[in-house]
Every structure is written in structure tokens, then in C-alpha cells.
Design a protein around this ligand. Structure first.
Ligand code: GLN
Length: 185
């Protein structure tokens, strides 16, 4: 990174502040995105975890659907974590060629932590927290699977789009955010 990139974090609902902290620690500037005008001038965008039904309503209410689709189609990096992964899928914004299955590990009981390798992330296994997490039930040929848990994709990439079932912003683990920021190069 030559100068600090400006990264937006969708701030309608959910865990946006924790993402902002990690991104700022890594030298990025951040901006909370609540209305379409907030997307202007951003170099990358994070859609955080939260509750996908509530986030969907917020996106509709603010008229953010089309602007978010255009942002993703424009090639700038977009990271979706947990509910953010669901927002990117075929049934929601429709930009990532996957079908995310909500609460796939089970509802409350299956909030858990796991360690696994993520392709493209050096330095050993990543420590990940899953909170009522989705997994990828189906994906198209343009989607690269970077990690799986129990045989189900939990980290995928399609060109400029990175989607994670888990919460890298909650573990002090910043390698996934570094990976994301390298997508700006
Ligand atoms: N289960 C939530 C949903 O379906 C996602 C949970 C999360 O983002 N931690 O929206």
C-alpha cells in the first residue's frame, strides 16, 4: 500500500466497528456506509456480520441494492463476513455466484471456534469464530474455495469478491484483512 486506502464498512447493522478497528490498525482509512452517496470515492468495501434479514431490509430502505451491485461489478474489492457473505450471494445482491445457507451449522449451539488453513494466507492455520454462521451450499465455476469446515466451503473468492463464513474481526487475527487489502494492489 503506497498511501492509505479508503475502505467503506456497511454500517446499517451488525459488527461494523470491529472491522473498522482492524482496518485502521492495518493503515487503512475507513468510512461508515449508510446511504448510496457514502460509496463515492471508496477503494474497497466490507459488509459485516449481523442479521441478514435486518440487513436486507436496511439495504432496501436506503436504496443501496443497485449501488452496492454496481460497486461490486466495478471490480473494487468487497469483503463479506457471515451475514455479509449472505448479502453477496445469488439470492440477495446476486454478485457472488454462490448459494449461502443460513445458520448452516445449527442455530445457537453451533457457535464455535475452529482452526484451519486458508489458501493464500501464510503463517499456519487461521483461528476463526463462527456465530450462527452460513456455509456455501453451492457455487459456480468462477468461485475459488479457500477453506472448508466439515467439507463445506467457509471462505471463497470470486475475482474481487471475498466471502467468509466466520468473523476475522473478532479474533485479533488480521491476516484475512491483510489478504483483503492486498486485493487492492
Ligand atoms: N445467522 C445470521 C444470518 O443469517 C448471520 C450471523 C452472523 O452474521 N454472525 O443473518
Amino acid at each position: 500500500m503506497s498511501s492509505a486506502p479508503l475502505v467503506g464498512v456497511l454500517a446499517l447493522q451488525g459488527g461494523f466497528e470491529a472491522h473498522e478497528k482492524v482496518l485502521r490498525r492495518l493503515g487503512a482509512d475507513t468510512r461508515q456506509v449508510r446511504v448510496p452517496a457514502d460509496l463515492e470515492g471508496l477503494q474497497a468495501l466490507v459488509i459485516p456480520g449481523g442479521e441478514s434479514t435486518v440487513m436486507t431490509l436496511g439495504i432496501e430502505r436506503e436504496g443501496l441494492g443497485e449501488p452496492l451491485r454496481a460497486f461490486a461489478a466495478g471490480g473494487r474489492p468487497v469483503l463479506g463476513t457471515c451475514a455479509g457473505m449472505i448479502m453477496l450471494d445469488r439470492l440477495h445482491l446476486g454478485v457472488l455466484d454462490v448459494l449461502a445457507q443460513r445458520n448452516a451449522f445449527g442455530r445457537q449451539v453451533r457457535s464455535f471456534e475452529a482452526d484451519f488453513e486458508v489458501e493464500g494466507v501464510a503463517g499456519g492455520p487461521v483461528h476463526a469464530i463462527f456465530i450462527r454462521a452460513p456455509w456455501i451450499a453451492e457455487h459456480g465455476p468462477g468461485v475459488q474455495v479457500l477453506a472448508e469446515v466439515d467439507g463445506h466451503p467457509v471462505a471463497v473468492r470470486q475475482r474481487n469478491l471475498l466471502a467468509l463464513s466466520f468473523h476475522p474481526e473478532l479474533t485479533g487475527e488480521d491476516r484475512l484483512h491483510r489478504f483483503f487489502l492486498r486485493m487492492l494492489d
